[in-house]
Write a protein that binds this ligand. Structure first.
Ligand code: PBG
Length: 325
């Protein structure tokens, strides 16, 4: 006879009681803020589809990170927008590329800030694809060399973690081998292991100027209907040496996060991508949703599904709120 002995509402009746039995929490240290870095000085180009986000020159980026340090964010992840794009993504792996210089500036100023670099070619190629295009398709094995070279150049600049996001086969092994050969045995790899060919990357492609000029990314990113395949991708990346794994996007893929959490004992990250962020911002701007509550509920759902770490454009706003501001 469960009722009236059991009354689920008892433990919900006041905020202190609810707080006492809360199963999922978020700390600023769980959150990683994506930032876009561009050439120039005193540049702060607003990204129209992502309110509050900017393409920043290195000096502005350094300033922007002061608050990230103060709030105790888990880290930042950098995306570079080079001045010149070409067929070979040359600026992706140049020692004085935009990301490499940005990492050096950030690590000099804030040695304790975790700086992650996105390792991908799409921001650096003239055609916007994530690798070397041969006969209209991205050539997997040729692309691995670019990725390995980028990762090593990021590590040499002082990156704390390198995060390949291209979905080529074998990239984690190629990057691990190259890092080790170059002496960076301690640089961890955060693999975007289960990254789907998602429409929710739309605003990011404006921000990073990385939309493919022909075709799409479906021959390398995952097909959204597939879940078991994500488990295979993750297992392979762990075998190849991934230290952390990621599921991306986050909220439309909570089932994938839960499956990954239950099967794998490596730290698990989720990327709340640009489209997820922009949807909440747009609905809030129209007065259709309470922005702060939508932000916190979405982040909590992602943590509850199993993510240890969340990459989110809300990182700063959420951390401010958690700090009582
Ligand atoms: C690829 C990359 C993308 C994102 C992160 N890394 C874009 C893509 O795969 O097209 C998307 C992030 C977002 O939408 O917020 N370098």
């Amino acid at each position: 006879m469960p009722f009236p002995v059991h009354r689920m509402r008892r433990m919900r009746s006041t905020e202190p009681l609810r707080r006492l039995v809360r199963e999922t929490t978020i700390e600023p240290s769980d959150l990683v803020l994506p930032l876009f870095v561009t050439e120039g000085e005193r540049v702060r180009n607003p990204i129209s589809s992502m309110p509050g986000n900017f393409q920043l020159s290195i000096d502005e980026l350094v300033q922007e990170c002061a608050e990230c340090v103060e709030l105790g964010l888990g880290g930042v992840i950098l995306f570079g927008i080079p001045e010149h794009k070409d067929e070979l993504a040359s600026e992706a792996y140049r020692e004085d590329g935009i990301v490499q210089r940005a990492v050096r500036a950030l690590k000099t100023r804030y040695p304790g800030l975790v700086v992650i670099t996105d390792v991908c070619n799409c921001e650096y190629t003239s055609h916007g694809h994530c690798g070397k295009v041969v006969d209209g398709d991205v050539d997997n094995d040729a692309t691995l060399e670019w990725l390995a070279a980028s990762a090593v150049s990021h590590a040499r600049s002082g990156a704390d973690i390198v995060a390949p996001s291209d979905m080529m086969d074998g990239r984690v092994a190629a990057i691990r081998r190259a890092l080790d050969q170059a002496g960076y045995v301690k640089t961890p790899i955060l693999s975007y292991a289960a990254k789907y060919a998602s429409v929710f990357y739309g605003p990011f492609r404006e921000a990073a100027e990385s939309a493919p000029q022909f075709g799409d990314r479906r021959s390398y990113q995952m097909d959204p209907p597939n879940a078991r395949e994500a488990m295979r991708e993750i297992a392979l990346d762990i075998e190849e040496g991934a230290d952390m794994i990621m599921v991306k996007p986050a909220m439309p893929y909570l089932d994938i996060l839960r499956m990954a959490r239950d099967r794998f004992d490596v730290p698990l990250a989720a990327y709340q991508v640009s489209g997820e962020f922009s949807m909440i911002k747009a609905a809030a701007a129209s007065g259709w949703l309470d922005e702060q509550r939508a932000m916190m509920e979405s982040l909590t759902a992602i943590r509850r599904a199993g993510a240890d770490v969340i990459l989110t454009y809300f990182a700063r706003e959420a951390a401010r709120l958690l700090a009582g501001g």
